[in-house]
Design a protein around this ligand. Sequence first.
Ligand SMILES: [Zn+2]
Length: 269
Amino acid sequence: MNIAIINGNRTTAFSGGKAACPFCDAPVIAKCGPQREDHWAHKGRKNCNLGKENETEWHRSWKNKFPTEFQEFIQYDPSGEKHIADVRTKHGLVIEFQHSHLDPKERDARERFYKNMVWVVDGTRLKKDYPRFQKGIGNLATKKMNGYFLVPNPEICFPADWLNSSVQVFFDFLGDMLPDPTDAHRQPLWCLHPKRVDGKAVVSMMSRESFVELATNGPPAPQAPVQPAVNNMMLPAPRMIVDPRFLKEISRLIPELTRMPPRRRYRRF
Ligand SMILES: [Zn+2]
């Protein structure tokens, strides 16, 4: 976890720090060092939702791209059960980062609970995930219109578990790995939209920086369902999760992405 409680204050980890878990109140200790992002960990194994210490660096570093006040946001459902969102912005948009396998039933439950949410999924979990996407998006009968790809068979691009999500799913194909610098497909996030146009999946891409910027400072989420126009067609959508202005912003960003700068090389410590 990135945030713990000291004297009632949400605090990020610092060397030698001791704090309380915001979820279960048990003591946690700071883990700081050159190898990993600073974080808090329970003392010993604890039966705590935040205490399942299988959180990856990928997960921590994504959360850390957002202000600390957005991170690990706790809220209660009507039964009084606590839920923790990886990120919840000031506009109430919840962003969940998912590295490990997630049961579609659990995915569905979280989408129904948060409603105004998007997923960011590690697209490198299985060895075949990225090669499948690369082949699918590059070779097949994808049609690009107004910055959107229409993909007739999304299952040839994306993991089956995410095809029926009711919200936008952003795939991060960079994972924790350093990619081949010539491989431009890994650099942006690829968004699988929840709606279909003539049975085709709608896919778009967005730079990581734009995603963080839009999610952090973007327009507030709509209070009522709105149907967005994609490729001048109205999507037969039962509900729309993300503000249509957000989608408009995505398409504005597309030309920018086609002129992507060469990938920066990051030093590994
Ligand atoms: Zn805990």
